[in-house]
Design a protein around this ligand. Structure first.
Ligand code: FAD
Length: 390
């Protein structure tokens, strides 16, 4: 667990004393419950289900939502907590982000009052675990206009058909939010598909080389019957899906910062201990150059995501601002984790030194919730007024 602190500009000063206390509780949870087991579960390609009740005790799920048992805290605090988790293990922050952001967020933003009352309190207590199914085997970046998964209304029932790929938590989730195109009006609609619904099948994706603790599934829906009461009543087009993604994309930027921070801190600690030529390697100028490059980027990233969350807290965050932060932070994170690995020398490829896990996990964060190219084109469209999307 890193003993050094990568918050060089003391950005935690922007948290209130109460928020700071919550940040430290999450840090302690990660130190006590996740750090000792992360490599073991990553290698086993398994999820440590026993941590869920411990995590629930932190009372941070659905952190920013008002009502339904949710704490109603700031987006800034939520960002800091995503960073704390990813600083130790990106899989843990991904699992949590899917539950608290993507799944609960879909219900919070697109559900009816009744649906919120039914689902959000048990999800907040982590008694019910959620997943979010948007991506398909043949449709990833082009999800906005290209979903092929279909829904068709028959009386009070909807019939869903198609496949969803990469769906985190879905091998064991109690509910999966499925986004599908209505065969009648052509619009994208969202559904709460519960575990055990006939025609729903989730198969674990094996052979992943990143975020191995997160259980991703290939979902197949074969004439899956979903009651109208499980259709998200306020999801009427892909615009509503995009509203959820804007918030979670900001969370992924924070997650990248956490990954980079954990890697930088580990590298600083390691280079202060490791000796070559009779001196600690951190005393060499070229090593210091790398460490300072990493710290500069890390500090720029941390400052950027703090401002991003302030915009979110003021209700002003735009898609483009979230996309810019996602691109910048995941890109710089890739550099930082690879410099960190370099500074570990050969030990950098051994799982027991953690850093190899960070390098691998950074690759997934780089690609999910919109790749570099897609988020770049979103920003490009905004600043030039010209869309490069077909
Ligand atoms: P593609 O869309 O096939 O892209 C391949 C390459 O082509 C990329 O480099 C892309 O940038 C580039 N490209 C595509 N279009 C353009 C263009 N117009 N211009 C320039 N370049 C372009 N999805 C969910 O719905 N729920 C989840 O829980 C979930 N979890 C995930 C977890 C992991 C570990 C991973 C890896 C993915 C997850 N995803 C999830 C899916 C993820 O969001 C997609 O992988 C991502 O959107 C990219 O889609 P794709 O993999 O199909 O790549």
């Amino acid at each position: 667990f890193p003993e050094v602190d990568g918050d060089f500009y003391d950005l935690k000063e922007w948290l209130t004393p109460e928020e700071r206390a919550i940040q430290l509780q999450v840090r302690e949870f990660m130190r006590e419950h996740i750090a000792p087991i992360a490599n073991e579960y990553w290698l086993k390609d398994e999820f440590p289900h026993h941590i869920i009740p411990e995590m629930a005790k932190l009372n941070i799920c659905g952190l920013t939502y008002q009502g339904y048992g949710c704490p109603g805290k700031s987006n800034l605090l939520e960002g800091f907590l995503a960073m704390e988790m990813a600083r130790v293990d990106c899989s843990t922050s991904t699992f949590f982000g899917v539950q608290s952001g993507l799944a609960m967020g879909s219900i919070y933003h697109c559900g009816s009052e009744e649906q919120k009352q039914q689902w959000l309190p048990p999800m907040q207590r982590m008694e019910k675990i959620g997943a979010f199914g948007l991506t398909e085997p043949e449709v990833g970046s082009g999800a906005a206009g290209g979903l092929t998964c279909t829904c068709k209304r028959e009386g009070d029932t909807w019939i869903l058909n198609g496949q969803k790929k990469w769906i985190g938590n879905a091998t064991f989730a109690d509910l999966v939010i499925i986004w599908a195109r209505d065969l009648d009006d052509g619009n994208v609609k969202g559904f709460i598909v519960e575990k055990g619904f006939e025609g729903f099948q989730a198969e674990k994706i094996r052979g992943k080389m990143a975020l191995r603790i997160v259980q991703n599934a290939l979902i197949t829906l074969t004439n899956c019957a979903v009651p109208e009461s499980n259709r998200l009543q306020n999801a009427n087009s892909f615009k509503d899906t995009a509203n959820v993604l804007r918030m979670t994309r900001a969370g992924v930027a924070w997650q990248a910062v956490g990954c980079a921070r954990g890697a930088y801190e580990s590298a600083l600690q390691y280079t202060n201990e490791r000796k070559q030529f009779g001196r600690t390697i951190s005393s060499f100028q070229l090593v210091q150059d790398l460490l300072v490059q990493m710290l500069s980027n890390l500090t720029a990233m941390q400052t950027m995501v703090c401002r991003l969350s302030q915009l979110q807290d003021n209700g002003k965050l735009t898609d483009e601002q979230a996309s810019l932060a996602k691109v910048f932070c995941t890109l710089r994170t890739r550099d930082i984790v690879s410099h960190a690995r370099e500074l570990f020398g050969g030990n950098g490829i051994l799982i027991e030194y953690d850093i190899a896990r960070f390098v691998a996990d950074a690759e997934a964060i780089y690609s999910y919730e919109g790749t570099k190219e897609i988020n770049t084109l979103i920003v490009g469209r905004s600043i030039t007024g010209q869309s490069a999307f077909v």
